[in-house]
Design a protein around this ligand. Sequence first.
Ligand SMILES: Cc1cc2nc3c(=O)[nH]c(=O)nc-3n(C[C@H](O)[C@H](O)[C@H](O)COP(=O)(O)OP(=O)(O)OC[C@H]3O[C@@H](n4cnc5c(N)ncnc54)[C@H](O)[C@@H]3O)c2cc1C
Length: 356
Amino acid sequence: MYDAIIVGASFAGLAIANQLRGRRVLLIDRKPIGAGQTSACGTIWQVLRYWDLAEAVLQVHDGLVLHTARRAIEFPSPYPWCTFDYRRLCEILFQRSGADFLQAAVQGADGKTVHTNRGDFSARCLVDASGWRAVLATSLLPDFAPDDMNFGIETIVSPPEDAPASTMLHFWYAPTLLQDGLGWVFPRGETVSIGVGAYDGATHLSDTLTRFAARHAVSPDGLHGTYFPKALRAPTAGDVFVVGDAAGMCLALTGEGIRPALFFGEACGRIVRRVLTGELTLDAGLNEYEAFVRERRVLFRLFTALQSLLPRLPVSWINAIALVVRHDRLRPWVLDRYWDLTRTWDGKTMDPDGKM
Ligand SMILES: Cc1cc2nc3c(=O)[nH]c(=O)nc-3n(C[C@H](O)[C@H](O)[C@H](O)COP(=O)(O)OP(=O)(O)OC[C@H]3O[C@@H](n4cnc5c(N)ncnc54)[C@H](O)[C@@H]3O)c2cc1C
């Protein structure tokens, strides 16, 4: 009997495990730690400072650029962004957690028991951090995860020698690339990640990616990617805590899910710790976690609505909206509100150095 079993050893699962140091925790993933990168690994730099993960940073960025069919609109950011090494970040978090690790495919849960292809394991608290599949939650509630999701793929390549260096995260929003989706180019030190994501969940994107990469004078060199949710789901299923993409904690439109997975993972981990010490009953812990997520659901709902609205507008409107948001008086305010989702914590606010 473990104190806690966490399914999924990526951002959400590792953030939870870090709050449970000193407890008997089993992390289960079907891949080795750090081997399952699906994302472009771009986030707000302070987020990695807050979790003391600066060692994994590959490049710091000054802001974002939105490329539409006709223009490139820059959004210098009041705070830096960064791209980081997925494997390194996972290894650091795992080493700090002190958790046991089992490489196994999880099939589902039943009461306090998790079934895997390597046997059954039990714990006082179960956490589903298995990404969009939500393997524990769907085994308890078959309709838990909706089919309607975004899908993205990307490749990591060396840029051509004559490519201009950039310290911005670049997004492409142009019907000539994808009718209903976006493309991105994220510099990451010596390499660059180039990807495309479809808002209608289309999975046949490799030709689109090849065409997009050719615009940047490169060819894809290996691919990774998967689905990513476009709407918040329930944060609990029966007695199971559900966190990260498993709970739909990925902002639609931008596809930003790392920061929410770490943040809600930490919040969930703190609550599970209090359940394990006896400060909270399991029911009270589940209720407190649900309330914590409910208080922060507005931004998720806003981005779900924006994702269904913006692709219907002509590109000229998108340009006009982007230029308004880009204005020096509005941009810092908008970007600050975007960060707020994970910046305020227990009544404290993260400062520009990533400290609370
Ligand atoms: C192409 C692409 C690019 C992206 N780029 C960014 C970006 O730059 N910035 C950003 O913030 N977000 C990005 N995202 C979104 C981001 O990757 C996710 O929101 C984030 O990974 C969610 O973290 P998580 O820990 O909840 O789930 P995941 O990272 O998906 O981890 C789930 C873990 O569960 C394991 N698992 C799944 N099923 C089982 C099972 N049956 N048994 C055992 N283990 C299992 C998996 O192996 C995996 O390790 C991107 C997504 C995609 C698809």
